[in-house]
Design a protein around this ligand. Structure first.
Ligand code: HEC
Ligand code: HEC
Length: 490
């Protein structure tokens, strides 16, 4: 209730000041209200102030160029890139219509925030073995849509990545590219590939020190038995194995966890979602909230204080998106549409629809959004009374693996009900991406001991039952087939 009033005021004031409709991203009021507290509220992140935020220099966005698989790179391409002058590519003064803003936002979406190797660098994308060994997908036109070449200084093309496109772009089996869909670049596998190489060249002790420092960012202040701390005792080989265990579509993003990595959500249709992240950490009531979310996950890594403990990793806020860039980006994300669905609503799907209704799926996955936009308490979490009036909380539970909701920096104690729109083109499913396909998600064996998940299994890839959400697990083969046919039409 209160949040609505604050957001309204926060949205109005800067609009008057700037003479435009662009919300000021990082205001004290908006930042105080935009997140759901963590399960242990005293350890909820305390963010940097409005003043400190606006002191961070704005990222300059340069014109970028496609990256090709080496087999498809036009002759002389790298030489040609070296001739190109650096060019500013984001000029808000020129943006007049909504279509202009959306187009500029597409550029922001694909603009890198890192120029050094992260999942890969310039050498890797020009090495055919890298594709074969990591399974990096290539689009029909021979490009890889997860990164771009950038000219910041003439004569020095740099491979830039870690823009939204690196994780939120999907190359479909036929090679078409779907921006915003659950990404399928195998980033953590690539990280493991690079680590394995580096380990052969640098002293092992030195490497170990570096990866342990990297892993520290996932530790959760105030958590007695923190599974993320386990990384501090891992050998280099175990780090490599933990990365290799993470399939495409799942990734150990900042503020998530290397041992409990989350599924990358499909962000097509995000406009209709009231909470962002699997745990519903960020409330989404206005475009300003999506702008705050975007700068939070890209620019403010390591800058929040959790309780009275200061995060160990080095702050990375070298630059931030401007309010205009964020507004363009969010407008673009709101404009994204799913690919056209090849699955017909035929007689089998129609039967599946009645199975869906009979099984009560719609209580949570309510049409037309196929989510009721509610938070579901994870096992082991009892919502405080005050939450009942502040957030939309379901009285039902699903009993899925509660660790991500309780033992990570995204841990609100809840999982939100995901929308089922677009399940036909995404996967792996569930908050860890434990189930590779819809068939696996509705396979009754998945809840049994000794089951080896077909999607993300765990850092050591061992057997682990994929518990909870037992809806639809007892269907006849015929009903299950029909249900899946229906789900694939959404
Ligand atoms: C390194 C990979 C990576 C990059 C880069 C990345 N994301 Fe994400 N994104 C994720 C993962 C993983 C999650 C799920 C986190 C969770 O649930 O805790 C996520 C969640 C989201 C969500 C929440 C969607 C939902 O329904 O819950 C939005 C919105 C989003 N990202 C937008 C962006 C935007 C915009 C950018 C660029 C400014 C971006 N992301 C960059 C990996 C990435
Ligand atoms: C009580 C609420 C509830 C009911 C009833 C329910 N679901 Fe879900 N569903 C959820 C939640 C919550 C998740 C996410 C769980 C997680 O990731 O831990 C989910 C996840 C899913 C997913 C995976 C989506 C993805 O993108 O990863 C599918 C598919 C799904 N449900 C289908 C169904 C079907 C079909 C039914 C009926 C047979 C059903 N659900 C009944 C709450 C519900």
């Amino acid at each position: 209730m209160k949040k609505t009033a604050i957001t309204f005021a926060a949205a109005l004031l800067p609009a008057l000041a700037a003479g435009a409709d662009i919300p000021r991203t990082w205001t004290r009021e908006a930042v105080a209200a935009f997140e759901v507290p963590l399960a242990k509220p005293i350890y909820s992140p305390v963010h940097i102030s409005e003043e400190a935020y606006y002191r961070i220099p704005v990222r300059s966005i340069h014109k970028t160029y496609p990256v090709y698989h080496p087999k498809h790179e036009p002759a002389g391409y790298m030489e040609w890139l070296k001739q190109q002058e650096p060019q500013p590519a984001f000029e808000p003064g020129r943006l007049k219509t909504e279509a202009d803003w959306i187009q500029a936002g597409e550029m922001v979406f694909n603009s890198p925030v890192s120029f050094g190797p992260v999942f890969f660098g310039g050498a890797e994308v020009r090495n055919p073995a890298f594709y074969e060994e990591t399974g990096m997908p290539v689009a029909k036109d021979g490009t890889i849509p997860f990164a771009r070449w950038v000219i910041r200084r003439k004569g020095e093309p740099e491979l830039g990545s870690m823009g939204c496109n690196t994780c939120h772009t999907r190359v479909m089996p036929d090679g078409t590219v779907v921006p915003g869909a659950q990404g399928n670049n195998p980033g953590d596998r690539q990280g493991a590939w690079m680590l394995r190489r580096a380990a052969k060249m640098a002293p092992a002790e030195e490497m170990l020190k570096r990866v342990r420092l990297f892993a520290k960012q996932f530790e959760v202040p105030g958590l007695g038995d923190d599974p993320n701390r386990r990384a501090q005792n891992m050998a280099l080989d175990e780090f490599i194995a933990a990365g290799e265990a993470i399939p495409a579509g799942v990734t150990a993003r900042s503020h998530t966890s290397m041992v409990l990595p989350p599924q990358i959500p499909d962000i097509i249709g995000v406009r209709e979602r009231r909470f962002l992240d699997h745990t519903g950490l960020v409330r989404h009531e206005s475009i300003g909230d999506l702008m705050r979310y975007s700068t939070l996950v890209q620019d403010l890594i390591g800058l929040a204080r959790y309780g009275d403990s200061v995060p160990a990793e080095a702050p990375r806020a070298g630059s931030r998106y401007s309010d205009e860039q964020l507004y363009a980006l969010a407008s673009y994300i709101y404009s994204l549409r799913p690919p056209s669905n090849p699955n017909p609503f035929d007689a089998i799907a129609a039967r599946g629809k009645s199975v869906f209704e009979r099984e009560g799926c719609g209580k949570c996955h309510t049409a037309p959004l196929y989510t009721n936009n509610k938070l579901i308490p994870a096992d082991g979490f009892e919502p405080p009374v005050a939450h009942r009036t502040r957030f939309d909380i379901s009285s039902l539970r699903v009993g899925t693996d509660p660790r991500y909701a309780l033992q990570t920096r995204k841990g609100t104690g809840y999982y939100k009900v995901p929308s089922l729109k677009g399940v036909w083109y995404r996967g792996p499913l569930e908050h860890h991406g434990s189930a590779a396909t819809l068939e696996d998600w509705f396979d009754p064996r998945r809840v049994k001991d000794g089951y080896v998940p077909t999607g993300y299994a765990g850092p050591d890839g061992r057997a682990r039952s994929v518990r909870g959400h037992e809806f639809g697990l007892k269907l006849s083969a015929r009903d299950r087939l029909a249900l899946l046919a229906f789900l694939r039409t959404l």
